[in-house]
Design a protein around this ligand. Structure first.
Ligand code: HXC
Length: 532
């Protein structure tokens, strides 16, 4: 008002209103708006959130970022809806149910949004979506990860198609950022509709036990449409998504544990797909440290199970791994770890479950992990102990051909450094799939006891000669002598060497060091067509 006044500006002219009082009243208004923004949906709803065992959107942000580093954006941005009573005083919420901004996590820039369930159930309006898209675009511009703390009932029903449009804008932003910056979603409350589809397009989804749910439609809608009666937990709780559907990548007992885990995960990840942002954490764990325990951990008998995670922890820096999907397809391990301070992606068959064979779930789990690592320049370290693909009608009807092909495709396509160790056996197609030399593995090794063949000696001889008897025994022994060891592969150069188990860390560190400058020519095409 003051600056646009048309009063003549000669010395004696007095402004209609005292500018200092105008400024004071604006400041008061600003303070009021800010306090309102900080209070979200009000104390009563905050208390309800706490009673559920959940933190508020702002408390979560505080825990995620290094203390005092968070800069909020759009704190005063307000919705523009006037329908269904939304123009009433009680429906005005500065910030519109979402806290957005950037700060430091482990000293590195990270962008975040945190949905506020106390404001209209964290539902997404047109303006709420604009705030989300803004942080995603800014994060891409500066090359920093985005982490979304999701707690939302989905599209804001009062805004109708405006909120649907908002979601579509968010989805597009998710896709634009995919493979450019890491995108992480933490589901921290009941999330429905678009509130689950945006996370589904990000790289990783984590959940909180007992308080977070994910479904396209909640139990009430399910009952109305299909007559099925089901609880929130059984429809979309952590148990469902971390071990059955594979939608989520892990679960944590509460908000605090989940947010601490995110800080740990972010320490493994580059800020963007620009190679210069690859993380490095100095280590005093020597690269040439022998790992004598691994030989004892792996039984000689190819049929005796063992936990491959124990082997991995012996070999990587400080025994530290961050596992992705630990409760899904336990027959394969996918985890971030470090070698000589540099992040690697570890993929390993785990004989403790289903003898470590490849099935539909293991193939899709590992394929997605391989593709994440490749997109963000993270080298792949593969440990192989695999009896083959799981046979049977269940797998065939489920499309093991299509899903197994995903892993084969992902490994073949990956042009990051690929180092592989066969600890005990690599049979059949799974030998090819698990980052073999033929898929441009950069360094491939086998331990002396490893068996590499089309199938086990007994099965092979039964197919070749049928029946049983003394001759079969002799032929089995002959087959085993030829293939149940790594010699044939070493002679053909399918492995670079047979190495002593205790030298594994030393060999891998050395290869990864050499491979840091690996370059592969780009293939000119729009994009490949991985079997989905
Ligand atoms: C507006 C909403 C809302 C929504 C919840 N609220 N969801 N307001 N739009 N989508 C409000 C409630 O009215 C309530 O307001 C407050 O948030 C808390 O909700 P409650 O139901 O009391 O909480 P709870 O019992 O914990 O249940 C949470 C819930 C449930 C499971 C999320 O609210 C629910 O089912 N909501 C609707 C989910 C949904 O169908 N969304 C639309 C999806 S369609 P008061 O004032 O009473 O506190 C969609 C399309 C996207 O998203 C496109 C995808 C491709």
């Amino acid at each position: 008002l003051y600056y646009h006044t048309s009063l003549p500006r000669h010395k004696s002219a007095q402004p209609a209103v005292d500018p200092s009082s105008l400024k004071a009243s604006f400041r008061e208004r600003l303070d009021n708006e800010r306090s309102k923004a900080l209070l979200g949906g009000g104390q009563k709803r905050i208390d309800k959130q706490h009673t559920r065992g959940s933190l508020t959107a702002r408390e979560r942000i505080e825990l995620l970022f290094d203390p005092g580093t968070f800069h909020e954006l759009d704190q005063l941005k307000a919705h523009r809806c006037v329908d269904f009573g939304m123009d009433g005083e009680s429906k005005q919420f500065p910030g519109d149910g979402i806290v957005t901004g950037h700060g430091l996590v482990n000293g590195k820039v990270v962008y975040a949004f945190s949905q506020d369930f106390t404001v209209l159930g964290g539902s997404l309006s047109e303006t709420h979506a604009e705030k989300m898209v803004k942080v995603m675009e800014m994060a891409q511009r500066v090359g920093a990860p985005v982490i979304g703390l999701n707690d939302s009932g989905g599209a804001r029903i009062q805004e109708g198609v405006m909120s649907l449009g908002g979601y579509a804008d968010v989805f597009q932003a998710n896709v634009d950022a995919s493979g450019v910056i890491p995108q992480i979603s933490v589901i921290m409350g009941p999330c429905a509709g678009g509130a689950v589809y945006s996370p589904a397009m990000t790289d990783f989804i984590f959940m909180v036990e007992q308080t977070s749910y994910m479904f396209v439609t909640g139990p009430e809608v399910v009952k109305t449409v299909t007559d099925e009666v089901i609880t929130k937990e059984d429809l979309g709780g952590t148990g469902v998504h971390t071990s059955k559907s594979g939608v989520a990548h892990d679960k944590f007992p509460n908000d605090v544990a989940a947010l601490r885990a995110m800080r740990r995960l972010l320490a493994f990840l580059p800020s963007s797909n620009d190679k210069t942002t690859l993380p490095y954490k100095p280590t005093d764990d020597p690269a040439d440290r022998p790992v004598p325990a691994v030989a004892r951990l792996v039984p000689d008998d190819p049929n005796t199970p063992y936990d491959m995670k124990d082997v991995i922890k012996e070999i990587v820096d400080d025994g530290e791994i961050f596992e992705i999907q630990p409760d899904m397809a336990k027959n394969i391990v996918t985890a971030f770890a470090r070698m000589e301070g540099h992040t690697v992606g570890v993929i390993a068959n785990n004989p403790i479950s289903l003898a470590g064979c490849l099935d539909i779930s293991a193939s899709t789990k590992a394929a997605r992990f391989v593709r994440f690592c490749d997109a963000f320049n993270i080298p792949l370290v593969t440990f192989v102990d695999v009896p083959g693909f799981l046979p049977g009608s269940n797998q065939e009807f489920g499309g093991i051909i299509r899903h197994g092909a995903k892993l084969l495709f992902a490994y073949s396509e990956a042009n990051v450094p690929k180092v592989t160790v066969i600890t005990r056996k690599a049979y059949g197609g799974a030998y090819d799939v698990m980052s073999s030399k033929h898929l441009r593995g950069d360094a491939n090794y086998a331990w002396p006891g490893a068996e590499l063949a089309v199938m086990g000696a007994k099965g092979a001889v039964e197919i070749l000669y049928g029946g049983s008897g003394a001759d079969i025994e002799a032929k089995s022994a002959e087959y085993a002598d030829q293939f149940a060891n790594p010699m044939e592969c070493a002679r053909r150069g399918f492995i670079d060497d047979v190495i002593e188990p205790e030298d594994t860390r030393k060999m891998l560190c050395n290869d990864l060091r050499v491979l840091r400058t690996k370059k592969m020519p780009d293939i000119i095409r729009k994009h490949s067509n991985i079997p989905l």
